[in-house]
Write a protein that binds this ligand. Structure first.
Ligand SMILES: Nc1ncnc2c1ncn2[C@@H]1O[C@H](COP(=O)(O)OP(=O)(O)OP(=O)(O)O)[C@@H](O)[C@H]1O
Ligand SMILES: [Mg+2]
Length: 602
């Protein structure tokens, strides 16, 4: 599964992703390497104590160099030197460890934040089709959990592995200088360790992928259920959702337990190998002391080095285990980053200041799933300033037409043109600025009423916001709210009524001074009197703008110059609206249907 080349590519990508933090990572590496000389110094005081304080061998040259003669001549003075050395080495090791862990934490957190924010930005760029198909949790899990893999792989994986490898080399060299044969014996077990960790790696990564997929799917049940708790409660489906959550979680639990068993078995194998190595070294070492090749103090040093020699091996193998989980996560996060947005911006996209508002659909067909067309061969042209009313049965494809116009999706065939230019040629951000939209289901954010209206134009003045609220007939109910415009609307605006949400959505569109106004059933949730008032407000807003209104109630479409009726994704009828003045600048091209006012009113 994890072919070496792919594995190498993945490591390289992790490294490239962390490019801004290379200096930090290098510093962590250097701090980690300081541990090597410190570790080498740890057993030396013991050796001096055994060989020179208790025994009567001469003091090693470097101690003479370090401490004045007077101190090394008497045994008790030498003992003080030895004790001081122990303390010094310990303090240095503690300082080194403190610096390393603080820098690691700093680097890890910064790495995670920058990777997460890149993933979040990319997820926002991906098309609605992507998110509709995968569900939001697919991305949430990757951004919130899988993104952490970068820090694990680098700061807690690769760097410690490198440190361990270098420590290993240092220890082998020093042990070899004291007793080459012992170093060889100690080394002889390393092929087993490397073989085991290779085999382990191959087996475990795919299993980690599966485990994370189960977890992500369990999380999507939570998200979906709590997000639509009203529906769940109303239909009394709490137990069903609970069962769905537990079932998916259980698959994840089983996968993790299987992984723990494999990891345990692997740890056991490593531990046994190391124990066998240590025992062999002790056996050979004691024989060497007996035959006079080694002093007792030297054997103690070698045994301490061998223990430390195996430490990096053990931690390398352990890290290799944890690393597999992180690498699986890294693959998942990179997979999200590799998704290409369907609605991509062309490299040399045209900037667009303020559009005149000439809209044309030319033989547009569209399908959500690539199989069944929802919009079929739709053609229509509107001069700037036209008011277009769209009617049609539910599910006919009206909202889909709007989505195509806003370039939330690209047509499968044909083209949508604004001011004579294909939408796909414009910069996406410039294009979206041309529309003030009221969506069919107004979506509010968990913020105050004021902030929700200002979402369309954050820099708007308070007076402009108030005017927009008044035009949408929202001012009256906003004043009646406990904290007025500062009242919090709750998640997705759930603390307001449907009609109130709709009017805030309208105020939002009114505030955005855009050349094209798009209203998808803007008054479906308000009573007839309020609707009449809102339509009055809209009248002012539509003046001089190209407007598109979708409505079931024909009264809402009274003021349109042009009415179309959509039937099963096709343009069924096209007719001048009741408000059409003789001079209305309308250019019409239906699909072979003759304009028939009679049907438009039906
Ligand atoms: N995101 C989507 N993914 C797949 N199919 C979709 C999606 N949105 C809508 N559809 C399908 O496309 C068809 C047209 O839907 P659309 O929302 O455009 O209808 P509509 O005319 O706006 O209806 P309504 O009057 O009920 O709002 C429907 O059959 C619907 O099932
Ligand atoms: Mg609709």
């Amino acid at each position: 599964m994890t072919r070496p080349a792919a594995n190498w590519r993945l490591h390289r990508r992790v490294l490239m992703q962390a490019r801004p933090y290379w200096l930090h990572v290098a510093a962590i590496l250097v701090l980690g390497l300081l541990a090597v000389p410190l570790a080498l110094m740890v057993p030396l005081p013991l050796k001096i104590a055994v060989d020179s304080v208790i025994g009567n061998r001469p003091v090693p040259g470097w101690v003479d160099w370090l401490a004045p003669d007077a101190l090394t001549r008497s045994d008790s003075a030498l003992l003080v030197v030895v004790v001081a050395l122990v303390a010094l080495v310990a303090v240095l090791a503690l300082i080194q460890e403190l610096a390393r862990s603080v820098l690691s934490a700093y680097t890890s957190e910064r790495l995670a934040l920058s990777f997460r924010s890149e993933l979040f930005r990319h997820a926002q760029r991906l098309s609605l089709s992507f998110h509709d198909g995968r569900g939001t949790t697919h991305s949430v899990y990757r951004i919130q959990y899988d993104a952490l893999s970068l820090q694990y792989v680098l700061v807690e994986g690769v760097v410690p592995m490198l440190t361990a490898a270098l420590t290993f080399v240092g220890m082998v060299a020093v042990t070899g200088a004291i007793d080459a044969e012992l170093a060889l014996v100690a080394l002889s077990i390393s092929p087993i360790l490397f073989g085991a960790s290779y085999a382990y790696r191959r087996r475990v990564r795919p299993q980690w992928h599966a485990a994370k997929e189960y977890e992500s799917s369990a999380m999507s049940v939570i998200q979906e259920t709590l997000g639509a708790l009203r529906v769940v409660k109303v239909f009394g489906r709490e137990d069903h959702e609970q069962e769905r959550f537990v079932r998916r979680s259980r698959s994840g639990v089983r996968a993790r337990i299987r992984l723990a068993v494999v990891e345990g078995a692997y740890g056991l194998l490593i531990g046994l190998t190391i124990a066998a190595g240590t025992a062999t070294v002790l056996y050979v070492g004691v024989r060497h002391v007996r035959s006079g090749v080694l002093t007792l103090g030297e054997l103690l040093v070698v045994m301490s080095y061998v223990a430390r020699l195996y430490d990096p091996l053990r931690s390398m193998s352990k890290k290799a285990a944890g690393l597999q989980s992180s690498l699986a996560s890294a693959e998942r996060a990179f997979a999200l980053l590799d998704e290409t947005p369907d609605v991509a911006e062309r490299p040399n996209a045209r900037p667009l200041g303020r559009a005149r508002g000439h809209i044309a659909l030319r033989g547009v067909s569209f399908s959500y799933d690539g199989r069944q067309d929802v919009v079929t061969d739709f053609s229509l042209a509107m001069a700037p300033g036209t008011r277009l009313g769209i009617a049609g049965t539910t599910g006919a494809g009206k909202t889909t037409l709007i989505s195509l116009l806003l370039r939330l999706y690209d047509p499968t065939r044909g083209a949508v043109l604004l001011d004579g230019v294909d939408l796909r040629d414009y910069r996406v951000a410039d294009l979206r600025r041309q529309f003030a939209v009221v969506l069919q289901e107004p979506v509010l954010f968990s913020a105050s009423v004021l902030e929700n209206i200002a979402y369309a134009r954050p820099e708007a003045s308070l007076r402009e916001i108030e005017a927009a609220a008044a035009a949408a007939h929202a001012d009256e109910f906003i004043r009646a709210l406990p904290d007025g415009a500062d009242t919090l609307v709750g998640e997705r605006g759930m603390r307001l009524s449907g009609g109130e949400r709709q009017r805030i959505g309208l105020a939002r569109a009114f505030l955005k001074d855009a050349p094209i106004l798009v209203l998808d059933e803007p008054t479906s949730s308000v009573d007839v009197r309020t609707e009449a008032a809102i339509v009055d407000g809209m009248e002012r807003l539509m003046r001089g703008r190209t407007s598109i209104i979708i409505a079931h109630r024909l009264s809402t479409l009274d003021r349109c110059d042009l009415r179309v009726e959509v039937e099963k994704g096709r343009l069924a009828t096209l007719a001048p609206g009741p408000a059409a003045r003789g001079a209305a600048p309308v250019r019409v091209r239906g699909n072979g249907h003759k304009p028939s006012p009679a049907r438009a009113h039906a």
